[in-house]
Design a protein. Sequence first.
Length: 125
Amino acid sequence: MTLQTWWKSNVSYSQKLVHSAAEGAQLGEEKFLHGSRLTPFLSVAAREAISPAAIGAFIGLLSCLSQNRHRRAFAYGVIGGAIGFGAALAWESRPLTASVVNAAWKEIGKARDQHWFEKNPIDYA
């Protein structure tokens, strides 16, 4: 097998894996949302993440004020708020994430199995 043939084969297989993962992610999202839109789900998750964001901002401010670094207090508060918001949003949306990842992984498994059977055909005769 030449390098060019090997390269084309691996690029083609990688493209199939990426395509099947994206297709699986879309199927997982549709299965979780049951035909409804994503926006209301994210709105609820974002509303639930406001309190942890405020707590994170407060902790960021406190960490800076206790060290007498008043100039950095705003930046630390913003960073703490962003970390709190991101962590809470990830926590609130974990059922959707699990559904998307699970479906994507199943589709990748199907593509891998198909690739293996192409390379290793089984003759039952």
